[in-house]
Design a protein around this ligand. Structure first.
Ligand code: TSB
Ligand code: ZN
Length: 588
């Protein structure tokens, strides 16, 4: 997918198109006042105050028509530079532009405006030479947007659009946009009844429906088993803690704006926890440890609450109540490399099992020049950073380095993915931490009988079950791997009177083998039932009629294919079980 912002040419074209949009809006709604109209990854938008007028679908067509008319007229786009005084005078009736101009410093930036025909806008530019060059554009959608992103301010109308150099690029882009809309986990989540939300529960607090909950349970079981094999010990801890716990950990000072407000109960002050590390630190501290016990790996499927801005909350991807696939690994400095390697291998393994291939590893390091931002122990940083790098190089994984992106307490490795809609997000994370063990005064007894401070690795392979599921939905378009999907086989008898008994026999056989099977014995037309089985994206649809009943075979269709295959029942069962065990991504 093209990122409009990253191409200089498209950037300018889209920026000019935003002006064209504003001009057309001004023609149609003379009361319009304009706030800002930036270029974004997907094109551009303009935030507009239209007084009492609220934009509707049909208005977009009208505006687009007017834009075409102006573009055809072909006026030149002319730049003027102004002093601050001149600018203030020129836009004296426009409180939005005055707000922008009043914050400009003439000595630091040139103030300029651009005029095309009867329309002038305050703007830094650059722009294309003439509106004539704006031919291949489309207005995409609209929404409300608070002025300066503040809910206390007036709601403006935001109109989105995109512009290309030629029609072919525009059409290709629109098709991709449509494809992304179809992949959006919020859409599929609704269509396939995976999750819902309700205003009575609150924003960013999803309810997992049976199908979604089934998938999540598969993820939980899968990762739990893997972690058990790797020596993790799982715990349960409360999803709230006292403010003192978070004062001890430092979250109170550095993370408070992401936390829900304090609850007072008797003499105690509580917060809903945003992270689980403090609880796990106390579990480590519960008893004395020898170096021989390390690494100690404390795991938990832990519910956290974070304040996310209401505009940022999104389906399962960005929620306010989430469940981390969390663990804190307590290691000696010498064990950092090996333990980190195990985590990276686990991430690679998991992504392979889910068929996820579109991701990037980002190694976030400190900026050695920035002494303020990072925990002050150069030697520790140098050793840790080169160790992480060495592990990644040895494993031959592709990664990029982000200098200055490390956390205050240590370097980290994140897995970045691109959702169907919106900016990149982090799924898995592994963060080295020198600081938290000190804050909680943790220690173990080393080889020489001396007290030593352990290093902690925070890691979440799925990140949160919420976010990972959101991404899995989009990557698979809701066609989940056979081993994950809630219903693996759907049996449809051709005729309930003649074939139901045989269908029941097959149903019981599959059920006995733990295959997740449904039998559709509703009195509906065969073609309707087959179609519905496809819409529900069920991997295998078995259709049983006379032929199958007599020969004791089954006939089935694989999701997305039209051919019907006839097979001996035992062979079919073997095939499916093998495919589940292999965690095949394709339905075979
Ligand atoms: C890994 N203390 C560590 C933990 O030990 C921690 O909390 N790290 S985190 O802040 O990066 O969060 C872990 C993961 O949670 C992130 O990598 C991301 O995948 C996921 N996540 C973060 N915020 C949200 C959110 N609002 N909604 C859904 N998932 C989220
Ligand atoms: Zn943690």
């Amino acid at each position: 997918m093209i990122n409009i912002k990253e191409s200089e040419k498209l950037n300018t074209l889209n920026h000019s198109c935003a002006h064209l949009l504003a001009q057309a809006v001004k023609h149609l709604y003379p009361q319009a006042k304009f706030w800002v109209g930036p270029v974004i990854e997907d094109g551009f938008y303009y935030d507009i105050d239209l007084g009492d007028k609220v934009i509707k679908d049909e208005d977009l067509n009208k505006i687009e028509k007017e834009m075409k008319k102006i573009a055809k007229d072909g006026k030149r786009i002319v730049r003027h530079e102004l002093s601050k005084k001149e600018a203030l005078e020129m836009f004296k009736d426009d409180e939005y532009k005055l707000d922008l101009i009043s914050r400009m410093d003439e000595n630091e930036q040139v103030i300029s405006c651009y005029t095309q025909g009867d329309f002038t806008d305050l703007c830094r530019g650059p722009h294309v030479e003439s509106v004539k060059l704006l031919k291949h554009f489309k207005l995409l959608k609209f929404s409300g947007a608070y002025w300066k992103n503040d809910a206390k301010n007036k709601m403006l109308q935001r109109i989105y659009g995109v512009c290309f150099e030629n029609e072919e690029d525009l059409q290709k882009y629109l098709e991709e946009l449509e494809d992304r809309k179809q992949r959006d986990h919020r859409k599929i989540g609704k269509d396939q009844e995976l999750f819902m939300s309700h205003e009575l529960v609150g924003s960013g607090m999803p309810l997992w429906l049976p199908n979604g909950a089934f998938i999540r349970k598969q993820l939980e079981n899968y990762i739990y088993e893997k972690e058990q094999k790797m020596g993790y010990k799982h715990v349960y801890t409360p999803c709230i803690g006292t403010t003192n716990l978070y004062k001890t950990s430092g979250h109170w000072d550095h993370y408070k704006e992401n936390m829900f407000p304090v609850m007072k109960v008797d003499d105690e002050e509580f917060v809903l926890r945003p992270m689980n590390c403090p609880h796990h630190m106390l579990i480590f501290k519960n008893k004395l440890h020898s170096y021989r016990e390390l690494p100690i790996r404390i795991g938990e499927f832990a519910t956290d609450f974070r304040y996310e801005a209401s505009g940022a909350v999104k389906g399962l991807e960005r929620v306010r109540c989430m469940c981390q696939n969390d663990a804190h690994l307590f290691v000696t400095p010498e064990q950092i490399g090996k333990e980190f390697e195990n985590v990276v291998n686990l991430i690679l393994d998991v992504y392979k099992d889910f068929g996820i291939t579109n991701y990037k590893f980002r190694l976030s390091l400190r900026d050695p020049k920035d002494k303020e931002k990072y925990f002050d122990d150069d030697k520790m940083w140098d050793v840790a950073e080169s160790k992480l790098r060495e592990v990644l190089n040895n494993l031959k994984v592709d990664y990029f380095e982000a200098i200055g992106e490390a956390a205050f307490y240590g370097p980290k490795l994140d897995v970045e993915v691109k959702p169907a809609i919106g900016p990149e997000i982090t799924l898995s994370t592994c963060q080295l931490d020198f600081l938290l063990p000190r804050k909680f005064d943790l220690s173990y007894i080393d080889k020489n009988g001396e007290k030593e401070i352990p290093v902690v690795l925070h890691r979440a392979i799925f990140g949160t079950f919420d976010r990972f599921t959101a991404f899995l939905i989009e990557e698979t378009k809701g066609i989940f791997p056979l081993w994950v999907t809630p219903v693996q086989v759907n049996i449809i008898p051709v005729n309930n009177t003649y074939h139901l008994e045989y269908a029941n026999d097959i149903y019981n056989l599959l059920k006995e083998k733990n295959i997740r099977v449904e039998l559709d014995d509703r009195n509906e037309k065969l073609s309707y039932k087959i179609r519905e089985s496809q819409t529900r994206k069920i991997p295998y649809t078995i259709i049983l009629g006379d032929k199958e009943k007599e020969s004791k075979n089954i006939s089935y269709r694989i999701f997305g294919k039209t051919e019907t295959i006839t097979l001996n029942t035992d062979e079919f069962i073997d095939k499916i079980i093998k495919s589940i065990i292999n965690k095949d991504i394709e339905y075979k």
